[in-house]
Write a new protein. Structure first.
Length: 285
């Protein structure tokens, strides 16, 4: 029962993850005077579509700056990735990476304009772990210093997308004492056009050529309600799994006279072990 629920939980997570927000995993080397060791780090990335036989993602540049290997988690496996562009200076922190073409049918689109102050937004990341995508709902704050997401992210959320009305307005860089700092999605959008001559697309349609200075028509796709419903189901399933994991099955040992001798408990799913003691009967005189 626990195994079945766990499998269902992973499948539901995959349906959210495969939509657009994915895990990025990197390996790095840390060297000291005594030697070097390999470090594995994880963050988030946003799938933004395909260019010919390649799939394109955006993440934080600091996720991949020192990376020896880069992989994107999708469909139950890790896909080898490479960096095609990165920029890491001041508040600008993003990278464009590619894998071979994946089978996803949904991808993020990048907003063609910057969000205004107070607009509702949602951020995605993987600070909860590789198989547990986190979402934060807050607002965009605009002041003289720039634009911010009004909740604080955690380690592992870096590189994740921030969405307004279903479109990416930024990529998570880090945070200060009260806000999340992100790289402007409009800047990244223009770089994608400069890089490929058009915006990547995950739909099976002819390429749309984007002329510089002429914004692309935004797609109406907004899966925020579906994602929120799935997240609610995930929370309920997690609670059920936790309850089952704590379930103890009582087993009473009954003597030959029918009286209870002892009681033992076993976790649900563990085999119940019974021990019998052989008694030698004396011969009749």
């Amino acid at each position: 029962m626990v195994k079945t629920l766990t499998t269902l939980l992973v499948l539901l997570m995959a349906s959210v993850v495969q939509a657009q927000a994915l895990v990025v995993r990197v390996t790095e080397s840390e060297c000291t005077q005594t030697g070097c060791r390999q470090i594995i780090g994880t963050g988030a990335c946003a799938y933004v579509g395909n260019i010919e036989d390649r799939s394109v993602y955006i993440t934080a540049a600091h996720n991949v700056l020192q990376a020896k290997t880069i992989h994107v988690g999708y469909g139950g496996q890790w896909w080898g990735a490479r960096v095609v562009h990165k920029r890491y200076e001041n508040d600008i922190d993003y990278a464009i990476i590619e894998t071979q073409k994946i089978s996803a049918t949904k991808c993020f689109t990048l907003a063609g304009s910057q969000p205004s102050n107070g607009v509702e937004a949602v951020a995605y990341g993987y600070s909860n772990g590789v198989y547990d995508m986190r979402s934060l709902r807050a607002t965009i704050r605009v002041n003289r210093s720039g634009r911010y997401f009004s909740k604080i992210v955690a380690k592992g959320d870096s590189g994740g997308p921030i969405l307004v009305n279903g479109q990416v307005v930024g990529i998570i860089k880090g945070h200060d004492y009260s806000n999340t700092i992100y790289t402007d999605g409009v800047l990244i959008r223009q770089q994608l056009i400069d890089q490929y001559g058009r915006l990547p697309d995950c739909r099976c349609k002819p390429p749309v050529i984007v002329v510089e200075g002429e914004p692309a028509k935004p797609r109406p796709a907004d899966d925020s309600k579906q994602i929120a419903a799935l997240e609610d189901k995930l929370s309920k399933l997690k609670a059920e799994i936790d309850k089952l994991n704590k379930t103890q099955i009582p087993v009473w040992i009954i003597g030959a006279d029918g009286e209870s001798v002892a009681k033992q408990t076993y976790p649900l799913g563990d085999p119940i072990k019974l021990r019998f003691k052989a008694v030698k009967q004396s011969e009749a005189k």
